[in-house]
Write a protein of this length. Structure first.
Length: 368
């Protein structure tokens, strides 16, 4: 079995060559020795030379493999890949020579669609059903998605003869290059519709509107994504359809704020209710809830009413309703109210500032 040539010799670089020098040498050799551009009649020799160049570059461009090669040379078990199809160099080859070697373009799966749905906090509490309408590329009903008026199979494209590709030759400063690209007539599929459907103009798809009922589960969170398989855009010529994704947005509520499964609200109480205690009725999302306010409740105190919040999305049960007390101080007092409060303050040892002459006059006249 003939021994392999030294990789540095193959690329024509020194053993201490920098990575950029190795890449530059590889590019130059790849341009000159690609089987599609050489004029030699011996294609087998050209392919063997090209394989040798790529194998050398694969090792020397990888720091770990290069170090191993420098120590052991062409030893077995190097983990060197199979270069028979040159697949890992596809992007670089395409930059030089176009999409050479690629086969027909297969019909593509339909695109996924997104729909944004806004719901209220009441919908989160109880769950809901919402009807949505969206526009998408659907499978043409006239031709059954075939694109053909008589639903016949595509015929071989006369331009690319069924390969899905066309080749062109161009002269550059580096020499003559043969470029392979997608056939413009069939789009790379290798077939054309002989009798196009008039409804979809031979595409097999056309724009249409669809109405769908979306079930919103109780307890959903902001940004929840609901997937509807196969309700996106139809695929090309019978290929699978994409999916529809409904993203949920929860509108702010005038009264309640959400914290996971818990609901927070603010409830106003009077000074006397806070001082003496009271039985309150608090309006929740699911009706009225009772709350016993103890005497001496301070402003900002929070009370928890269990089980009156939202459904838990990932477990059973409900969250709580958390009520924050806001003690309201009256802006204006009647004369009787003021006298009683002044007596209350004096009884507690507080000093009451003497009213101004104007205020005394107003009180005497009954205006305050």
């Amino acid at each position: 079995m003939p021994s392999k040539r030294d990789y540095y010799e193959v690329l024509g670089v020194a053993r201490d060559a920098a990575e950029a020098d190795i890449k530059r040498a590889y590019r130059n050799l790849a341009r000159r020795h690609h089987p599609d551009v050489v004029t030699s009649a011996d294609k087998a020799a050209a392919e063997a030379r090209f394989k040798e160049i790529n194998e050398a570059y694969a090792v020397l461009s990888d720091g770990e493999r290069r170090a191993q090669y420098d120590r052991f040379g062409h030893a077995d078990g190097q983990g060197i890949p199979n270069f028979g199809d040159f697949s890992q160099f596809g992007d670089l080859f395409e930059a030089f020579f176009g999409s050479a070697g690629r086969g027909r373009r297969q019909p593509q799966r339909g695109a996924d669609l997104r729909y944004d749905l806004s719901i209220g906090l009441e919908d989160v509490h109880d769950g809901a059903e919402r009807e949505i309408t969206y526009t998408h590329l659907g499978r043409c009903e006239t031709c059954g998605g075939t694109g053909s008026a008589d639903k016949a199979a595509p015929v071989t494209c006369p331009q690319c003869r069924g390969s899905g590709q066309v080749r062109s030759t161009r002269n550059t400063m580096l020499g003559q290059f043969v470029t392979t690209g997608v056939c413009p007539r069939c789009g790379g599929s290798g077939g054309v519709i002989a009798n196009p459907c008039r409804a979809c103009h031979g595409h097999g798809r056309r724009e249409m509107r669809k109405t769908l009922t979306v079930k919103v589960p109780a307890g959903v969170e902001e940004g929840t994504r609901l997937r509807f398989a196969g309700l996106g855009e139809a695929g090309e010529r019978g290929a699978a359809s994409g999916d529809l994704y409904v993203f949920l947005t929860i509108e702010p509520h005038d009264v309640f704020e959400r914290d996971g499964a818990n609901l927070h609200c603010l409830t106003d109480v009077s000074f006397t209710q806070a001082a003496l205690g009271a039985k309150l009725e608090v309006e929740g999302l699911d009706g009225v809830a009772s709350l016993e306010l103890p005497a001496g409740t301070q402003n900002g105190t929070r009370f928890r009413i269990p089980g009156r919040g939202l459904a838990r999305a990932r477990s059973s049960g409900r969250g709580d309703l958390i009520v924050e007390i806001n003690v309201v101080v009256p802006e204006r007092l009647t004369r009787k109210q003021r006298e009683l409060l002044e007596d209350y303050a004096k009884a507690g040892g507080e000093t009451i500032p003497e009213p101004s002459l104007l205020k005394k006059v107003k009180r005497a006249l009954g205006n305050e």
